[in-house]
Design a protein around this ligand. Structure first.
Ligand code: SAH
Length: 246
């Protein structure tokens, strides 16, 4: 009998934001395949004997997606119940969709277990609501880390600018200068508030705020590093008043 592969979201990093189901599957599974994104607090709770880090190979190189896919199938075919643990929600920029397709194509039983995505939770943990009746009636989730082999940007920043809603950029620390420029070029007010939330819900969470014009300098001065989300829009400007009133 083959085992089942559970594609499980681990949430933004606070172990109390794991779902009850994720916690149960972590306890009951035979093997947990993970990378670094779930964060130390969650990973340290998993017995070493069943953890397999597929984020990095010896030598610091990344394990390729095809190796991860093959490993999931191999373990399940050997009868193991496998948790493929992914930061946040498995289907938000986590390649969970591709992994599901691979499992389905190989006839491996699988189940998707949603998680609390950092796209919403990291801003929320920093007192930033991604929607607000007076400031944003839509929110877009965007990758800031585009495939460098793609000939042109797959993200239509101009169209995003036109929505007038909140824009949350994941994997967007490094390319902050590029997309803030694209948004300004698309006519977004340079005074639009922008917040960077680093290590949302984790020890050492930090928030740095500025505007579309200043946020690159703010990032550099604060030394903001991944994992962090960028929040662009009026909702990112409520923060200081709220903190002052706390
Ligand atoms: N599936 C994940 C996202 C994977 S992409 C999810 O739903 O959250 C990885 C990106 O997620 C990081 O580059 C960062 O932008 C974001 N991220 C993950 N955890 C975070 C955290 N605790 N705080 C801030 N950003 C986080």
């Amino acid at each position: 009998m083959p085992g089942t592969v559970y594609l499980v979201g681990s949430g933004p990093g606070d172990p109390e934001l794991l779902t009850v189901k994720a916690k149960r599957l972590l306890d009951e599974s035979d093997v947990v395949l993970h990378d670094k994104l779930p964060g130390p607090a969650i990973l340290e709770e998993i017995p070493e004997s069943k953890r397999e880090d597929v984020g990095k190979r010896a030598g610091g190189e990344r394990t390729s997606q095809s190796e991860i896919n093959e490993r999931m199938v191999e373990l399940a075919e050997d009868g193991n119940d496998v948790v493929r643990l992914k930061g946040g929600d498995p289907f938000v920029f986590g390649r969970g969709g591709e992994e599901m397709q691979y499992l389905a194509a190989h006839g491996v039983p699988f189940e998707v277990v949603p998680g609390v995505t950092s796209a919403v939770a990291a801003p929320a943990a920093a007192d930033i609501p991604v929607t607000h009746r007076d400031h944003a009636s839509s929110v877009s989730f965007v990758t800031g880390h585009e495939d460098p082999t793609k000939p042109e940007s797959a993200v239509d920043w101009e169209a995003l600018a036109d929505t007038g809603g909140t824009i949350v950029v994941l994997m967007g620390v490094g390319r902050l200068p590029d997309y803030t420029r694209e948004l300004r070029d698309a006519g977004v007010d340079p005074e639009t508030p922008v917040a960077l939330v680093e290590k949302g819900t984790r020890p050492g969470q930090r928030v740095a705020t500025g505007t579309l014009d200043t946020i690159v300098d703010v990032r550099d001065e604060a030394g903001i590093e991944p994992p962090a989300v960028t929040v662009v829009g009026g909702v990112a400007g409520l923060w200081e008043d709220v903190e002052a009133g706390r």
